[in-house]
Design a protein around this ligand. Structure first.
Ligand SMILES: [Zn+2]
Length: 96
């Protein structure tokens, strides 16, 4: 499958619907780790139009929100309380 087809498929999945890398990996049968790689490209190609939205992870124990993360991957640990109960980062292409 051509790489552009995969990226278009991912972009299609998250258009109007926020999904985590895990959701996407299940939907298209690809390793989560590989999904992140494609997401980076999807983010770049849609960023100019300001349509790629990252819904940040949040710590379920103290409520810390990971708003300033540069990497797309869901963080493993909260920097404030060290909890590992972190919601998955989700991605969305807004149609507006
Ligand atoms: Zn925390």
């Amino acid at each position: 499958v051509p790489i552009e087809t995969i990226r278009k498929e991912i972009a299609g999945l998250i258009t109007g619907t926020a999904m985590s890398a895990k959701d996407i990996s299940r939907a298209i049968g690809m390793k989560e780790k590989d999904v992140y790689e494609h997401l980076e490209h999807v983010a770049k190609s849609t960023a100019r139009r300001g349509r790629f939205v990252v819904e940040p992870s949040e710590c379920l124990d103290c409520g810390f929100v990971f708003t300033k993360r540069e990497r797309l991957k869901t963080p493993s640990k909260c920097p404030v309380c060290r909890s590992e109960a972190i919601t998955e980062t989700r991605f969305l292409i807004s149609e507006g």
